[in-house]
Structures are given as C-alpha cells and as structure tokens.
Design a protein around this ligand. Structure first.
Ligand SMILES: *Cc1c(COP(=O)(O)O)cnc(C)c1O
Length: 225
C-alpha cells in the first residue's frame, strides 16, 4: 500500500513538473511562481508531510480549521476564504497573507486588529456576479488606496477565481488586462494570485505569480469548500 507521504510526494512532483512546463512555455522562470498548497479540510499530519517536502506556503479557507494548523507548523499561511467580520481578528492572528479582501470595511477592520504585518491581495470578480466573490474592477482603486494608507497591511496584488462558465484562458486573459491597468497605478503590487488545481497552467501562462493548489496535491476533499 502506498503511504500518505508517497502519495503526496508523487502528486506534488507532477504539479511541480507542470509548473515548470507552463512557465517555460510562457518564457517565465518557474522561480517566479509560488506554489500555495491548499490544506483546507486536510489534517495537520498532511501539512507536516508538505513541510518535509519543502512546501512552506499553505492556504486555508476557514479560520477555525486554520488556526491550530498555523500554530503547529511554521510557514507562510494564506487565507483565501470568504471573510466574516467577526473572524477578522482571529484570522489576523495567524495569517501572513490574505487573498480574499474585497470590501473597504474589511480592510479598515483588519488594519485595526492586525498585530503584525499582513500581505493583502484584493480579490477581483471576473464575471460581474458576486457568486465567487470579488470586487468590481472599478472599485479596486478605492480598496487599494485604503491598503496603501493602512498601518499594518502591504498591498501585494490582485487575486481572482475563474468563473465556471467561461474557459480559464478567457478568464485569465481578462484578469491579465485588469491587473496590468492596476499595476500601472500601484507598481508595488507585484503579484497575481490565480489558478487552482484545474486551471493553474493557464493562470501561469497569463502571469500568475501565486497559484493555489489543493486537490491535485492532497486528493479530493469530502465536500466542496
Ligand atoms: C479550495 C480553493 C483552492 C484550491 O482548490 P483546488 O481545486 O483543490 O486546487 C484555491 N483557491 C480558493 C479560493 C479555494 O477556495
């Protein structure tokens, strides 16, 4: 029987090969791309295995699940889930980076409760609908100004999730345009968080610097999260 270690190691190697190939085809260096292993719903023992395989960026969607893992395993911990105001203080206690900020009031509240510096990706909606979260492109500058003017938050860039009804190439092409406009106004926002298990290669082609990959490395989750 294959051990959990072997299973994760072999899945990880496949993902890493795909990252290298996608970066190469986009004439980018694969060292420009940060792989965030999305450990939501998976046990701390899996996070330890990832750490032993030299993966030190972890992504989580729920404060309650993430806090104990983050306190057990050092690394860079990313929060990418839906934000609830009453959870912000706790999220701020363990998260190094938050990918899912899309409301001014959450940025202001986060800055008040942050005890250490937190990197911020503003989530942008690619389909206008609120289904998968994210601000409208026209609202990004107001949000970015709030981050830039904050005491504890560092503007890292934009994050998006591809809508379900268009091809990932179409979605990430659109994101690349939005990001290039954004970066012209906020040159410090050097990073683009895009791409999950089923579309990270397309995201890399279109400029993603941070990809968030869960099931391709850790296997399928019990329920959609
Ligand atoms: C769960 C999740 C991921 C990882 O999804 P996989 O399909 O398992 O790779 C990435 N980003 C966000 C925002 C998520 O919620």
């Amino acid at each position: 029987m294959t051990s959990r270690y072997e299973e994760i190691a072999s899945n990880l190697a496949i993902v890493q090969d795909k990252i290298v190939a996608a970066a190469k085809s986009a004439q980018r260096g694969s060292d420009e791309i940060t792989l965030i292993a999305v450990t939501k719903t998976f046990p701390i023992s899996d996070v330890h295995i990832l750490a032993s395989l030299n993966v030190h960026h972890y992504g989580e969607n729920r404060d309650g699940d993430a806090a104990p893992k983050a306190s057990a395993v050092p690394g860079t911990w990313h929060f990418q889930g839906q934000i609830q105001s009453n959870k912000l203080k706790s999220i701020a206690s363990w998260a190094n980076v938050i990918h899912s900020l899309d409301e001014l009031r959450h940025i202001q509240a986060l800055d008040k409760v942050a005890a250490h510096r937190i990197g911020v990706f503003l989530q942008v909606s690619l389909d206008g609908a609120q289904g998968r979260g994210g601000a409208q492109p026209s609202d990004l500058s107001e949000l970015a100004d709030a981050v830039v003017g904050s005491a504890h938050l560092d503007l890292m860039g934009l994050m998006a999730v591809a809508p379900l009804d268009v091809s990932s190439d179409q979605a990430f092409e659109k994101l690349a345009l939005i990001y290039s406009d954004f970066k012209a106004s906020y040159p410090a926002a050097k990073y683009l968080s895009a791409g999950m298990s089923n579309d990270f290669e397309s995201a890399i082609i279109h400029g993603a610097t941070h990809i968030r990959v869960g099931s391709s490395i850790l296997g399928s989750r019990p329920s959609p999260q």
